[in-house]
Design a protein around this ligand. Structure first.
Ligand code: DGJ
Length: 691
């Protein structure tokens, strides 16, 4: 079936992905209506789907909106709220026409009185069940601005079911991505960030199931927003069991104007339906990002060393050289010097904004260190935090007006820093210029782009009330800078970071290569953080370091093998003070890194199967990697078999370390007893190859 079928007589569209179908139509009043989202349908089946009448009482309203605009008899959470000159609100839809091309569909509408055009966009791919949606607004008038109070990317609707559950992540700094799977309240549930960045507390994706999905079975509907600033997803669950959700950039209460002639494009809010349970949902999301989001998805990510937990702010040429020598000897491929290398930086209180090497610490500049790192056979990377400034900096002394601020309001500092207003083109130009020079001068191969505080006093006094558009323009300018840097420096790779995992989403991942998903490097805490992260985001983006024991954050002592095995389930890095590691630990690390390089294609490019809470399996071609963690040994202190998934039942698999041959069927049904050593915090790695 073609990806897109239009039935003009019935004013209906059917979008088909490899395993799902999506149907919408126009109502007699021209408003776009949702019909179906689920398994694939033929056109005949799509036409036969019963559509709800919406009830007959004067208290009911339209319930099947495809993109609910505030307007007549519509009472759910709106995707679109606008106010026109003279005070009128809402939209009266007038259909203008459609454009389609392969898997792309655009439906154009205008308001039937005011000068507003709305285009709803859809895109399907032939290798993915993810459907991309976004919207465009266009003020076609010549005289008056239109006030935009909300402009979401899309609204998604799942069919009526009993007992919907909502899966999403919650958390905080150092505890990101904690998976929640809860009954969906018959109410409006709002997931949001009001912080100016994606946030540690919530992440812009949802998954819904009818209470019956498992890791391997069941229907799951979900959506993820490609946006790195404030955002909002409002889920509406009505008494008839219908669930819908609208999502887009910005939180409640901010508004901005669409000037005459101006167009606004929302970010993408992508949706996925699968009947293969949460495991299949995750694998589909991962494959979609590999195929359609990540810039260099096919590259194997290097084993990284990062200086932060070893030297903190006290970096200098000598200590970085010494760390680099040990890292290279262990097999590290990319050496990243973290915070502390620039301006008057000695702790968090000064220097941000002054992006020239600190002369006392790097009297010869960064060149000799970069050269030494390369001589040792590694790539060279650097930490930056471009969107921030310390009041104690030359930049702030020269440009106090460059930060977010409001008249007669205190400029609230957090971590002693203020947020630069990247919505200003002069600030964005300044940032691009110094980043471009820095990267070019030292051929920097990795930038760790950090962002360590939320927005406060988000004002731009010269712009007055319309300054609120900065919530959007700050982010689009961050995107534009990264895009330009990548375009002019082909070898540059970027790690997204905001005090750990405060800025991970499909928007930033479209222009970065990996994410620092948490400042918490305790391997035990990390299991849950990585598990929540992996619900949506793929292992090839999940940077994970092995650090010191006791862990500097938690004080927990965990064996080296366990720390490695947890970090090896993502993009392996080292982050401890290697100069203090014992010879036996260094030698074990060398071996672990070599093993990781062997399994890296399977972990980074394979398919993930979660095997219970404390084991993961990656599979690629004929290779399978299983990582198992056991926190506490319990009587009878024998390892318990772990059932593998996704294997061919009729095939045989050889354990690459023991030589033992297993049947796919029995690995799936009876499992594999992992070679866990005795004691707490024990872990194992199993490599299998199909024979
Ligand atoms: C927060 C990051 O998450 C850390 O890894 C480190 O880069 C610090 N910032 C540096 O200030």
């Amino acid at each position: 079936m073609k990806p897109l079928v239009h039935d003009p007589d019935n004013r209906l569209w059917l979008l088909s992905t490899p395993s799902s179908g999506y149907v919408l139509r126009l109502a007699p009043d021209d408003s776009p209506r949702h019909v179906a989202w689920g398994p694939r349908l033929t056109l005949e089946q799509a036409l036969s789907v019963s559509v709800p009448s919406g009830g007959d009482s004067s208290f009911d309203g339209v319930i099947d909106e495809e993109y609910p605009a505030e307007g007549p008899a519509r009472f759910g959470p709106p995707s679109l709220q606008v106010r026109f000159d003279g005070g009128a609100r809402g939209v009266q839809w007038h259909y203008l026409g459609q454009e389609s091309d392969g898997g792309r569909l655009s439906l154009r509408f205008r308001d039937d009185h005011y000068p507003l055009e709305i285009t709803l966009h859809y895109r399907v791919h032939d290798d993915s069940d993810v459907i991309e949606r976004w919207a465009t607004l266009h003020n076609t008038g010549a005289d008056h601005p239109i006030e935009v109070l909300r402009c979401d990317a899309a609204a998604w609707t799942a069919p009526p079911r009993d007992g919907y559950r909502l899966s999403h992540v919650t958390g905080g700094w150092s505890a990101e991505s904690q998976l929640e799977r809860v009954p969906l309240a018959r109410a409006e549930t709002v997931l949001t960030s009001r912080r100016g960045h994606t946030s540690h507390q919530a992440n812009p994706w949802v998954m819904l199931d009818a209470g019956d999905a498992t890791e391997e079975h069941g229907e799951v509907w979900g959506a993820a927003l490609a946006w790195s600033g404030s955002w909002r997803i409002a889920v509406h669950h009505d008494p008839d069991g219908r669930a819908s959700w609208t999502g887009g950039a910005g939180h409640e209460g901010i508004s901005w104007t669409l000037r005459p002639g101006q167009r606004h494009h929302t970010p993408v809010f992508a949706g996925l339906y699968t009947d293969g349970g949460f495991g299949a949902a995750s694998r589909q999301w991962h494959a979609y990002q590999a195929g359609h989001v990540l810039p260099q998805a096919g590259e194997l990510r290097p084993v990284t060393y990062n200086s932060w937990e070893a030297t903190g702010f006290d970096v200098d040429e000598d200590n970085q050289r010494r760390l680099a020598a040990v890292a290279a000897d262990l097999g590290v491929e990319l050496f990243v010097m973290d915070d502390g290398w620039f301006g008057g930086r000695r702790d968090a209180s000064a220097g941000l904004g002054d992006w020239t090497p600190n002369a006392a610490r790097f009297p010869r500049g960064l060149g000799p260190l970069a050269a030494e790192v390369r001589r040792l056979g590694m790539r060279f990377g650097l930490w930056v935090e471009p969107e921030m400034v310390n009041p104690d900096s030359d930049l702030y002394r020269a440009h106090p007006d460059w930060v977010l601020h409001m008249p007669h309001r205190t400029r609230t500092t957090m971590r002693h820093q203020l947020v630069l207003n990247f919505a200003r083109d002069d600030v964005a130009d300044w940032a691009y210029k110094w980043l471009d020079e820095l990267v070019g001068q030292h051929d920097i191969e990795m930038l760790k782009w950090d962002m360590n505080r939320a927005f406060t006093e988000p004002g731009w006094p010269q712009r007055g009330a319309d300054g609120e558009r900065l919530w959007i323009d700050h982010i689009t300018n961050v995107y534009a800078i990264i895009d330009r840097l990548r375009a002019s420096h082909a070898g540059l790779r970027i790690e997204t970071c905001a005090g750990g995992g405060g800025r991970v989403d499909l928007g930033i991942l479209a222009r970065t290569d990996q994410a620092w998903i948490s400042d918490n490097t305790d391997a035990v805490d990390r299991i849950a953080i990585q598990r929540g992260y992996g619900q949506l985001y793929p292992a090839r983006t999940m940077a994970a370091w092995v650090t010191d024991s006791p862990n500097p954050h938690t004080g927990r002592e965990v064996p080296l093998a366990f720390r490695f095995h947890v970090a090896m389930s993502g993009v392996l890095g080292l982050g401890g003070d290697l100069l203090r590691w014992s010879e036996p630990d260094l030698s074990a690390s060398r071996a672990m890194i070599a093993t990781y390089k062997d399994i890296r294609p399977v972990v980074q490019h394979g398919e993930l199967y979660r095997l219970g809470d404390d084991a993961v399996q990656y599979q690629r071609g004929d290779r399978v990697v299983v990582l198992v963690w056991r926190l506490t040994s319990r009587p009878p202190h024998q390892p318990v078999a772990v059932r593998l998934a996704g294997l061919e039942p009729g095939a045989r698999y050889r354990d690459e370390d023991t030589g033992r041959v297993h049947h796919g069927h029995t690995l799936r049904t009876h499992g594999l007893v992992p070679p866990l050593p005795p004691g707490d915090y024990s872990s194992a790695l199993v490599r299998l190859r199909r024979v």
